[in-house]
Design a protein around this ligand. Structure first.
Ligand code: SER
Length: 320
């Protein structure tokens, strides 16, 4: 079994933090970070980085062969709001990159894959509260359609070729280290930046729009726990529901006001409102809890103070 790990899309919101954790866990010489763009600034000594287009099958194969990769974390994707503006491009990126990596596993070049799915696989006809692992899934966004198709491809490759591909339906992920790009749940990050920089935020969702969310630390722990679980404990090769928190912009703004009393929020919903309206409010993660003992740990108070404390430092400290 080859031991090295490849992260595709390593400079994104999840990739930035996951790559660091993988390096700490397995060793800096064991993890190869890749992204379509070179990183801003110098690559720190000891970190391995290649420029890689996730949709270029020959390049991905060559990278896997060159570094003798055993495990791939495929994180490159176009998120929900951006995908609505470029549907074909989103489909091409989100699907082709997955099929390329699944084929590498089918051909025996890699042993294991992590590929993120999303709560966006659900749609307006899915139950809204405590949305179960399996239910009616009729997503109305390009992002959701691509994630649902991706889940089915994962399960197909697992059934037909024995590919070990594991996946999680991430809720909205809240983090301070790297900015997200183009998601509907991203208001819950932008709100902290604006609260600290200007003291007010113009929210693109209505005040009572409740969505499933999670602190990045919980999401990273879920990812690694699933990847480290015995294969015999993994019963779901589509993607596991995981739940963290459920809150609305109003709930979050009240919590922020607890720490920044003058913070003001205004509501000006745009096209992202209908995306949010099509998604669940809360998630039933009992299968993940049963199969690999998943349990979220970070509550809204912890999330709020962690975001404010860390962003206070990073936003207002000069880089050098
Ligand atoms: N955070 C994603 C988005 O808003 C959902 O998985 O697009």
């Amino acid at each position: 079994m080859k031991s090295k790990t490849l992260v595709i899309g390593a400079s994104g919101q999840i990739g930035t933090e996951l790559t660091h954790q993988l390096r700490v866990l397995y060793g800096f010489d064991q993890v190869i970070a890749t992204d379509i763009q070179p990183p801003v600034g110098e690559i720190p000594e000891g970190e391995l980085f290649d420029v890689l287009d996730a949709t270029d099958g020959d390049a991905v194969r060559a990278c896997v062969e060159k570094h003798q990769i055993g495990t791939v974390y495929l994180l490159a994707a176009m998120l929900s709001a951006t995908a609505e503006k470029a549907p074909r491009k989103a489909w091409d990126l989100n699907m082709n990159s997955l099929l390329i990596v699944l084929d590498l596993a089918k051909d025996g070049l890699i042993d294991k894959i992590f590929w993120p799915s999303s709560i966006a696989v659900f749609g307006p006809t899915s139950p809204k509260q405590n949305t179960p692992q399996a239910c009616v899934m009729e997503p109305t966004t390009v992002y959701g359609i691509s994630k649902l198709a991706g889940e089915n491809w994962c399960s197909y490759y697992q059934n037909k070729y024995g590919v070990d591909v594991r996946s999680i339906r991430y809720p909205g992920l809240i983090s301070w280290k790297a900015l997200p790009g183009g998601g509907t749940t991203d208001y819950a990050i932008a709100i902290f930046h604006e609260a600290l920089k200007t003291g007010s935020y113009n929210c693109f969702l209505t005040e009572n729009t409740v969505l499933p969310m999670m602190h990045m630390d919980d999401a990273l722990r879920a990812t690694l726990e699933l990847m480290h679980a015995d294969l015999s404990d993994v019963n779901q090769f589509k993607a596991y529901n995981i739940a963290g928190l459920s809150f609305s912009p109003k709930d979050l703004s009240k919590n922020i006001q607890g720490q920044i009393p003058n913070f003001k929020i205004l509501y000006q919903p745009d096209f992202r409102q209908s995306i949010a309206d099509s998604w669940p409010s809360s998630i039933d993660d009992s299968e993940a809890a049963q199969d690999w003992k998943w349990k979220a740990q970070i509550d809204l108070d912890h999330l709020t103070s962690d975001m404010i404390n860390n962003l206070k430092t990073t936003l207002f400290t000069p880089n050098d």
